[in-house]
Design a protein around this ligand. Structure first.
Ligand code: KIV
Ligand code: NA
Length: 265
């Protein structure tokens, strides 16, 4: 299959086609989501609280994310693989942002990177894109800033909607190939989507974004906690796995497993 490129995403926007994006952090999920036709896979810093067991996205490091990016890049034959820059790995300066992006491209074999922040991060986006690395922006509610934003809250209500539009335009101007909007009123996301040449990707940003992204453990119901309002659960993987592990445990205890067909002589 032919590799998805950023121009394909731009072409889908001009044709009015909406497209899906999922997170992936390992080989089998990358292979399955690729086979399902998901054109963009994000190795999110959400690995922090979905893979590594931290309680927020803040603690995860570049060194922890790098092997996950490499695994997804080796496994996805068609999808465009985006590496998320974790907290502290790009905010210090455009030079730091570029250095981290280069590591994800060289060591992780990513195809693009993503970072959080609005117009204040336009210079960081510009430094990375100037070096030839595609950048996806991320505005609205940005989890790395949760302590400054006062927790998980919708961003861009009322007068602050104009700021979301201005941030999106600044990122586009700096060279971003797409902009994620998280927990933004649908009306604001619709405005941004119409004003930008590049595609928008929504998560809790209503139905008018060009793309929609979810964390796969939320989408497939591996995470058992009540998901946020913007999540739709398409499966109950937690129940399937729990049942399988319980059945295995019971079979071992009752000596049902291994059976004759599993044994060498
Ligand atoms: O880290 C992540 O999973 C994300 C998406 C939810 C956009 O940034
Ligand atoms: Na993220």
């Amino acid at each position: 299959a032919k590799r998805v490129r950023i121009h394909h995403l731009h072409e889908m926007k001009s044709r009015g086609e909406h497209w899906p994006m999922l997170t992936a952090y390992d080989m089998y999920t990358a292979e399955l989501f690729d086979e399902a036709g998901i054109p963009v896979l994000l190795v999110g810093d959400s690995a922090s609280n979905n893979v590594y067991g931290y309680d927020t996205s803040l603690p995860v490091t570049v060194d922890e994310l790098m092997p996950l990016v490499a695994a997804v890049s080796r496994s996805a034959k068609r999808a465009l693989v985006v590496a998320d820059l974790p907290f502290g790995s790009y905010q210090l300066s455009p030079e730091q942002a570029l250095a981290t992006a280069v590591r994800f491209m060289k060591e992780g074999r990513a195809h693009a990177v993503k970072l959080e922040g609005g117009s204040a991060f336009a210079p960081h986006v510009k430094a990375i894109t100037t070096a030839g690395v595609p950048v996806m922006g991320h505005i609205g509610f940005t989890p790395q800033s949760e302590h400054n934003l006062g927790g998980y809250r919708v961003q861009g209500r009322g007068d602050t909607g104009d700021q979301v539009v201005a941030d999106a335009l600044a990122l586009q101007e700096a060279g971003a190939f797409a902009v994620v909007m998280e927990m933004v009123p649908a009306e604001v996301a619709k405005r941004v989507t119409h004003e930008l040449r590049v595609p928008t990707v929504g998560i809790g940003a209503g139905p008018d974004c060009d793309g929609q992204v979810l964390v796969w453990q939320d989408m497939a119901g591996l995470r058992r906690a009540k998901p946020p309002r913007f999540v739709k659960r398409y499966a109950d993987v937690a129940s399937v796995l729990l049942g399988a592990a319980r059945d295995f445990a019971e079979d071992v205890r009752s000596r049902e497993f291994p059976g004759p067909e599993h044994v060498f002589h």
